[in-house]
Write a protein that binds this ligand. Sequence first.
Ligand SMILES: [Zn+2]
Ligand SMILES: [Zn+2]
Ligand SMILES: [Zn+2]
Ligand SMILES: [Zn+2]
Length: 420
Amino acid sequence: MAPSAYLLTNCAACAAPLAHDAPRCVRCRSRYCDATCQQDHWRRGHKQICKKIHRGGDAERYHANKKYKEAVAVAVEKCAEDAKGQTCYICTKGVFQRTNEGLVRMCACRGTAGFAHVSCLAEQAKILVAEAVENNLDDKVYQARWDRWSTCSLCEQEYRGVVAHALGWACWKTYCDNVFGRVALNRLATSMMKDERWEEGLLVHQSQLAKLRTEFPVNQEGVIDVLNNLKECYEKLGRTDAAIATSREIYCEKGQFYGNSHRSTLLAAGKLAADLVHHRHLHEAKELLSNLYDLQKVGDDVDEFHLKELYAMTLHDFHFYGYDDYREDLRKALEILEELVETSIRVHGEDHVMTESLWDLLWQVRDEQLDWSIDDLTPETRLAYHYDGKYEYSADSEEDADTAATTTSYISETSDFENA
Ligand SMILES: [Zn+2]
Ligand SMILES: [Zn+2]
Ligand SMILES: [Zn+2]
Ligand SMILES: [Zn+2]
């Protein structure tokens, strides 16, 4: 059986998302939820176009061809001004008489160089790849041949925007129903990103994910790449919850693939944590960062640094919720920041921007803590506030706390701690 193509992921009749083994029209291979949808579609007019779709290859190829033509038209239109009076460097013609296909150029070529028909670029790429496959050329050459689908052979720069998009569809229509379907779908997906087609990109990436997971489940790195692209699409579309859900998925996949304490997993965790904090999912952020914190040793690594800083910030923000252990949160934030400041001074120096921003945060937390209770101060903080042990307060009574607050403001006015 030919590898199944997954771009048509919705029922042709009712547009509901489909399972990968959804039934198909026997002739044109359009896909449906079930027999009811299929019969309904047939009566509503599929009967009239089924043969036409079948002659165009099958439903997947028919769809790819249609999208390709639309994409070429858009690309040609956009390049029209630039390409006026030029000729194709492959076939040496201008506009094709029969198809009326104009020229495009969106790479780093200048002057009269680099203009071509999308169909000529596609044909050339197809021939070069076929030749590499037939002669079993080595990996590097093979890869370079595939790059003809996305890179100009003259200036060696990647095609941009609408031209990249048109070549993406050209590639997919060429291989959608054979063994290169997965590679071609990947090219199409990349082209969506280059042309900033986030909504359409979602569909392609989701298809790609389904295809990878069923046909090539061991390629977890591939899955992670696709998830990263998916996340970018969600972000660009402002679909925050879906973006965060994808972030969780990436972290989870990396944990399974590399192990929880692997650098790459920690990076994914850091990204997830940053997303969570940014969108104020502080409960989850705190829990995640707390687990990560336990996983790590004190290091000079910048990424660990950011994770810890993020943890301290989260604890600080979280304590405003006033849960039972809010004091503990603040104390933990202080402990982390004091350690980070010390490390930062040692590694980067006193005046480094990172040291300074950590200092700022540390003072913010210290101030906050003073507001809550003198009793929560760590010995280091007491020193920083010029406590020498004579001012031992207990926050057991309201009265003591009041005294503490008064004395504190007195100290802060007269001491030079702000220059510390
Ligand atoms: Zn349906
Ligand atoms: Zn049909
Ligand atoms: Zn040409
Ligand atoms: Zn070029």
